[in-house]
Design a protein around this ligand. Structure first.
Ligand code: TRP
Length: 343
């Protein structure tokens, strides 16, 4: 993991805030990109993990129908991989209304031009085929993210590289706010990037995403996993078993690098493959075995937990209530600094 700032090691006092837009169940890309980091951080910190349903609404142009189920799905994924509600605070963004109120104030500290320049927002708009037709809620989601982070007093934000512009924008907003009120009410934060380069999709083309349909879900059945592995590209020029094969751009090896429990064995396979004499079938069988071993127990735990949705909801209620205490304190400080208590 690497931090973008020069700050020293995160101390126990460091507040970790992270989250996911709830647009559907999570997949292996999330596992290597963020879930693994959270599993280790929850041992030393007490991370806040947001189920960002308000942000997901912005993604769906306000259509609420898909969002509710996704909140439950993502919560199930968290718990199934081992996020422990005793160690991590899982909250639903919309259940902490202070976040929405703070967003509204922060909205005045960002220009439309600045929002339009955010490179991540820009590329998301392009991918959606929208430009000026976009919902205002989407264009302003970086501000809502700044509110999430600052309200919960986050100082260390584990995110993927595509979220760096959000951190930068958050810090701009923080500086502007503090300058405006003449005191340091809000805190700046730094990003914690995971080391793993982004996991490709099973087609090897873009990063793994549900939208691109090139993902392997954390709830995938044994058959789904096997089929996905069989579909993966290897080296298009590796026509006979005896001929030397290429590792670079070989999706199966990218996945073995990310998931094989024995890296030394992967190195042996790589050497053999490059030399010639190792069939694609063999590396695929190895990958299938590794993924079955990883996902099988997650799938089973998930199915078990899904039997009791009330238990999931009550745990999210607890997490949201806990987060609300922190958020309400921050909002109080913000409104006090702005002279907004009138009575
Ligand atoms: N933007 C993040 C995503 O697309 C989700 C998110 C919302 C988030 N609020 C956050 C991440 C606060 C880190 C901190 O998945």
């Amino acid at each position: 993991m690497s931090q973008t700032s020069t700050a020293s090691n995160p101390s126990a006092a460091t507040i970790v805030v992270t989250g996911d837009r709830t647009t559907g169940p999570l997949h292996l890309g999330h596992y290597v990109g963020s879930l693994q980091t959270r599993l280790s951080l929850q041992e030393t910190h007490q991370p806040f993990i947001l189920l960002a349903d308000t942000q997901a609404l912005a993604d769906h142009q306000g259509d609420y129908r898909a969002v509710r189920q996704s909140v439950i799905d993502v919560a199930l994924d968290y718990l199934a991989v081992g996020i422990d509600p005793q160690k991590s605070t899982i909250l639903i963004q919309s259940m902490v209304p202070e976040l929405a109120e703070l967003s509204f104030y922060l909205m005045n500290l960002v220009s439309i031009a600045r929002l339009e320049r955010n490179p991540t927002v820009k590329s998301e708009l392009k991918a959606k085929g929208q430009d000026r037709d976009v919902a205002a809620g989407f264009l302003t989601y970086p501000v809502s993210q700044a509110a999430d982070i600052t309200a919960l007093r986050g100082s260390l934000i584990p995110v993927g590289a595509d979220q760096l512009p959000m951190i930068e924008q958050t810090n701009e907003i923080v500086r502007r706010f503090n300058r405006m009120v003449g005191e340091n009410v809000l805190n700046e934060c730094s990003a914690l990037l995971s080391n793993t380069s982004r996991l490709p999709g099973i087609d090897g083309k873009t990063k793994m995403s549900r939208a691109a349909g090139n993902h392997i879900s954390l709830a995938a059945s044994a058959d789904d996993i096997e089929q996905a592995v069989n579909k993966m590209y290897t080296d298009a020029n590796h026509l006979t078993i005896g001929s030397p094969g290429q590792i670079e751009g070989n999706v199966v090896f990218s996945f073995l690098d990310a998931f094989d429990a024995e890296p030394a064995h992967v190195n042996e396979l790589k050497a053999q493959y490059q030399h010639g004499g190792l069939a694609d079938r063999v590396i695929k069988a190895r990958l299938n075995e590794q993924l079955q071993a990883l996902i099988g127990p997650i799938r089973e735990r998930r199915a078990q937990l899904a039997k009791d949705p009330d238990a999931i909801l009550s745990l999210l209620l607890c997490g949201s209530a806990k987060a609300r205490q922190t958020a309400a304190l921050t909002l109080h400080k913000v409104k006090t600094a702005m002279g907004m208590y009138y009575f």
